[in-house]
Design a protein around this ligand. Structure first.
Ligand code: GLN
Length: 203
């Protein structure tokens, strides 16, 4: 399993994958991308990552691998990169556009830098997932092939984020607006590892 290592919380994802029992390697060059069977796009800053993907000649090879069906998981900035359309993005920001979803960048509001909530997550058993949102996006629209896996709970503290879509899956591509790599709970990474090792059920 590869972790895109251009920017962001790369080490946390490398460790989370290892704790799920799979090897994880850093991907910074096209030759390294060619060696991996799946890729995690970490949290960080999607505008910077978009620029670095171009600068490192990774944008096109990554598009090709995704089009061929390579499983991918994006958290936060990674989610933004995977979606078809970005609201409140920068004009020069590019998308990988493998998720038929419209995502709003920094959606939780400029003044709210971080927010935490317990989410019910489709396909994850044994209780809610503690979600850490850091200048996070949310998803405003999904196509019919996209499964909604989690929403912000309808609690007063969530304000305008209540009910917003924050985890989605389309076939072999998974995305969360939050950062499971920052908590000790490995169930989201485990779900992705299972999508890679036993892809039964992928649309
Ligand atoms: N706000 C960031 C962006 O637009 C994402 C933040 C994150 O990944 N924690 O890319």
């Amino acid at each position: 399993m590869g972790v895109l290592g251009l920017q962001g919380d790369v080490r946390e994802h490398l460790r989370a994958v290892r704790e799920c029992g799979l090897d994880s390697v850093l991907v910074r060059r096209a030759e390294e991308l060619a060696e991996v069977d799946a890729l995690i796009l970490p949290g960080g800053e999607s505008t910077t990552m978009s620029r670095l993907l171009v600068a490192f000649d990774l944008m096109e090879p990554l598009r090709v691998r995704l089009a061929e069906g390579m499983p991918a998981y994006g958290s936060c900035a990674g989610m933004i990169l995977l979606c078809r359309k970005i609201l409140d993005g920068r004009p020069d920001q590019r998308q990988l556009a493998v998720l038929d979803a419209v995502v709003r960048r920094n959606a939780f509001g400029r003044q709210v830098d971080s927010f935490e909530a317990d989410l019910d997550f489709v396909g994850i058993l044994n209780g809610p997932v503690r979600a850490v949102f850091i200048r996070a996006p949310w998803v405003e629209q999904v196509g019919s092939d996209v499964e909604v896996l989690a929403r912000v709970p309808e609690v007063a503290a969530a304000g305008s984020a209540a009910g917003r879509i924050v985890a989605i899956r389309q076939g072999s591509v998974l995305a969360t607006a939050f950062h499971p790599e920052l908590t000790g709970d490995r169930r989201v990474h485990q779900l992705f590892c299972e999508m890679v090792t036993s892809p039964v059920g992928c649309k």
